[in-house]
Design a protein around this ligand. Structure first.
Ligand code: ADP
Ligand code: MG
Length: 222
């Protein structure tokens, strides 16, 4: 579904990604891990077309993509309501929402436990509440490819667990391909997942089971 071929990204003289080559198949669940500044966000941003590689090529066969950018929450005024943000993620933008649209929004507000915030301005929401709104925005269009850049950074632990269950259900039941940038591997991963450890280059790409050995070998000293 996705193929990175010898992809490099530089900002001026600064090399962020060096000759990255890998493939993601339809229905894969890939967790991307690595230290701060290792190029994870840069790597997934390439998929959205918001950023072009300095070198190399990326092929994507996705029909419809859902993207959650890394931490959008800010203390500054954000003149949009929860409702408006969610509707901006709808596949079809309509002047007047249909009954199906309304039901879908209700369902997701309920899943994310923020029904009471529907009419609220984004400005007055906490970081975690904002993150839930953006998650609905990314998920509501039923994408075949879901890209989540640290989606749980502001979520509380119990909701985090519920959220991962939801992701695995999407993968299992709808065959959604999921690319997940994360720091908390422990509660997220399962045996059938792929892990990519990136630090400018790909240091590891494989199953969670094998990643265990990689970690214990001490990748810091490679
Ligand atoms: P990560 O998500 O793994 O923390 P990023 O992909 O956000 O890492 O960033 C990797 C490096 O690239 C960082 O050192 C960051 O400062 C730099 N970087 C990212 N975007 C830009 C940009 N638009 N201009 C210059 N440097 C950038
Ligand atoms: Mg990042």
């Amino acid at each position: 579904m996705i193929r990175y071929q010898n992809v490099s990204v530089s900002f001026g003289k600064f090399n962020v990604l060096n000759h990255i080559t890998f493939e993601v198949n339809k229905g894969d669940f890939l967790h991307i891990v690595g230290p701060n500044g290792s190029g994870k966000t840069t790597l997934v941003k390439l998929l959205t077309g918001l950023l072009k590689p300095t070198e190399g090529m990326i092929d994507i066969a996705s029909v419809h993509m859902g993207y959650l950018p890394q931490k959008l929450s800010s203390k500054t005024n954000f003149p949009m309501t929860v409702r408006e943000v969610i509707y901006s993620g709808m596949k079809k933008q309509r002047l007047i929402p249909t009954k199906e649209d309304c039901d879908l929004v209700k369902k997701w507000l309920d899943i994310m436990e923020i029904s009471h915030l529907y009419q609220e301005s984004m400005t007055y929401l906490s970081g975690g509440q904002q993150q839930r709104v953006y998650l609905i925005r990314a998920l509501i269009s039923n994408p075949d490819l879901l890209i989540l850049d640290e989606p749980t950074s502001a979520l509380d632990p119990s909701f985090r667990e519920k959220f991962y269950h939801l992701l695995y259900d999407l993968q299992q039941e709808k065959g959604t391909t999921i690319i997940h940038v994360t720091h908390d591997l422990t509660d997220a991963v399962k045996d059938n997942c792929l892990i990519m450890y990136v630090d400018q280059k790909i240091k590891f790409f494989g199953t969670y089971h094998d990643f265990h050995h990689f970690e214990h070998r001490g990748h810091h000293h490679d």
